[in-house]
Design a protein around this ligand. Structure first.
Ligand code: TYM
Length: 411
């Protein structure tokens, strides 16, 4: 298990109750039923809260209402988001960068969160997006064969493409295949490796003397795409600001990228970070691809979705109907409600559900039914879109090419 070597003490976040939240790229755990204390995490990591001022700016600049992930505080933290918007306002576009570590064929619904959000950002800002498939990371950490890791990149790329990215503006790449063909990316990796010490890596990632050198070098691979000069075929060597949407577990990689950027004469990447989509069993952990009952997978059938939600979704309801009618349910810990916050777009409907569950009018079984219907629709339509994505389509997204990027937005 890779997390045995992490120096957890360095990475612990003490929450208000004195319990310990652990948030690293490998482990997300909280002792609280309501999950990680994100306000404490903002302080600990030194990022900023996504506040109303920022949301107003989003709406003003795009002329579109904010995505529900913003309206509901699901993307809750940022670093230098205002800077990216300043550039954009003055007519300089940014690009988006995100990624996936392909460790299994089936992605779960939690993995959809950053990709759904990126799809929306790409649409409202009309900007290019690069997506890194870090199959090298998974080959190192999960001991996959190189061939197997590459195969998983292609499988997962289909699920990512099914989120609706504009092919003309999206480049997806497998690290194991692409880096050897892109000297500019490799050169940036080496610049980063030269600018970061082993001590810094130990401090940020908790790696130690017994970790493979692959683990020590890997952060430079995840950092390099945050610098536009890594993609000369897209940005023609211009220094273009970068915005990285991801869950907050990826923050350590980009803290490192931001630290090293000035040494290389590059713009620090900006970040917008989400909370975790919780496991069916409750908010103490994020979902895991290795525990199939903790998650709903993008390959699950309508029947599997129904059975898993009914059997495993942690309930904030009371033990008997009588008690529930009297005391009401607790939405803060109820997984069906929490999942609806991520996926039910209708604010009014969500408010009604919250009110009637809290008052005891709506029962746990009825709340679960609401969630099952929403999930079956989202996953069913995802599967339909994925079905028609051929290997040829994947190849087109994964071909290095000019994405029609221009340094000035014609306003
Ligand atoms: P990976 O494959 O673990 O996760 C892919 C993306 O999904 C986010 N994520 C979640 N978001 C909300 N709720 C969850 N339960 C949940 N689980 C995972 C992750 O934060 C990530 O954004 N090292 C990365 C791959 C990577 C990457 C990047 C990610 C390479 N370059 C650039 C972000 C940006 C990884 O293993 O992610």
């Amino acid at each position: 298990m890779e997390c045995k070597t992490i120096d957890i003490e360095k990475l612990k976040v003490n929450n208000v109750n004195g319990d310990d939240d652990v948030v690293t790229p490998w482990t997300v755990e909280s002792k609280n039923e309501t999950g990680v204390d994100y306000d404490k995490l903002i302080q600990k990591f030194g990022c900023s809260k996504v506040d109303q001022v920022l949301l107003d700016r989003f709406e003003k600049l795009t002329g579109k209402p904010c995505h529900r992930f913003l309206r509901r505080g699901i993307f809750f933290a940022h670093r230098d988001m205002h800077l990216v918007l300043d550039y954009y306002e003055k007519g300089t576009p940014f690009y988006l960068y995100t990624g996936r570590g392909p460790s299994s064929e089936a992605m779960h619904v939690g993995h959809l969160i950053p990709f759904m959000f990126c799809q929306w950002l790409q649409e409202v800002f009309d900007v290019p997006l690069v997506i890194q498939m870090s199959d090298d990371e998974k080959a190192i950490w999960k001991n996959l064969t190189i061939e197997e890791a590459i195969k998983l990149s292609y499988e997962n790329a289909k699920d990512i493409i099914a989120c609706g990215f504009d092919m003309k503006k999206t480049f997806i790449f497998s690290n194991l295949e692409h880096i050897g063909n892109n000297p500019a990316l490799y050169q940036n990796m080496i610049r980063i490796q030269r600018g970061v010490t082993f001590n810094q890596i130990k401090g940020i990632f908790g790696l130690g003397d017994n970790d493979s050198i692959g683990k020590i070098a890997y952060p430079s691979t995840q950092a390099a795409p945050a610098f536009s000069t890594s993609f000369p075929f897209i940005f023609k060597n211009a220094k273009v600001p970068c915005l990285i949407p991801a869950a907050i577990d990826q923050d350590p990689y980009f803290r490192m990228s931001r630290d090293v950027a000035p040494k290389l004469g590059y713009i620090k990447p900006s970040l917008i970070s989400s909370s975790f989509f919780p496991a069916l069993q409750g908010s103490k952990t994020k979902m895991s691809a290795s525990n199939c009952n903790s998650a709903i997978f993008l390959t699950d059938t309508a029947k599997q979705i129904k059975n898993k939600v009914n059997k495993y979704a942690f309930s904030g309801g009371q033990p008997t109907v009588e008690e529930h009618r009297q005391i009401g349910g607790n939405c803060e810990v109820d997984i069906s409600y929490q999942w609806l916050r991520f996926f039910l777009d209708d604010d009014e409907r969500l408010k009604v559900i919250e009110k009637s569950y809290t008052s005891g009018e709506l029962l746990t079984g009825e709340l679960k039914k609401e969630l099952i219907e929403v999930l079956q629709e989202i996953i069913g339509s995802h599967q339909k879109r994925r079905e028609v994505i051929t290997d040829e389509i994947v190849k087109q997204y994964m071909t290095p090419r000019d994405l029609g990027f221009q340094l000035n937005i014609n306003k």
